[in-house]
Write a protein that binds this ligand. Structure first.
Ligand code: TYD
Length: 144
């Protein structure tokens, strides 16, 4: 994926992924195995201890892709490709949402004790972020 690819992506490129889960009488075990995911991830991070009413995200990635999972509780993911905006509620540790590069993303409506786990396709680099929405919309218009 490159910066040019990210101009072209849209909400049609969002993808839901079924996470493999092994269930038995002791509880459930979900695993994220390198090679089995929709992209090869280089980084895992998670957001936790989220105060009531907090908002996270508010950016787009120029290069990297994310896979987001509500591993505890629930929250909303607001996705926007510069033309269309959608709110997606995540509340199931067995389902992940892939957001490609070039998609504006915000997170809000966190339930108490929620945890958002994110796999990312690249190592962290602030250079590949757009954190200003107007700049993001201008960037996406280049392709149209
Ligand atoms: P930020 O992008 O604001 O988090 P979110 O968009 O999920 O709400 O990141 C908060 C800070 O953490 C910011 O200074 C960048 C830093 N950070 C890292 O150092 N490494 C990482 O892998 C991530 C995701 C963020």
């Amino acid at each position: 994926m490159s910066k040019l690819d990210s101009i072209k992506t849209g909400l049609k490129d969002l993808q839901f992924v079924k996470i493999p889960v092994v269930k038995d009488h002791r509880g459930n075990l979900a695993y994220l195995q390198w090679g089995d995911m929709p992209f090869d991830f280089k980084r895992v991070y998670y957001i936790f201890d989220i105060p009531s009413g907090a908002k996270r995200g508010g950016h787009a990635h120029l290069v990297s892709k994310d896979l987001l999972i509500a591993i505890s509780g629930s929250f909303d993911v607001i996705v926007d490709d510069g033309q269309e905006r959608r709110r997606i509620h995540l509340n199931n540790p067995e389902t992940g949402l892939v957001t490609p590069n070039g998609i504006w993303r915000e997170l809000d409506n966190f339930s108490a004790n929620s945890i958002c786990l994110i796999l990312n396709s690249e190592l962290f680099s602030e250079d590949e972020y757009i954190r200003d929405y107007e700049e993001f919309v201008r960037f996406k218009k280049i392709a149209r």
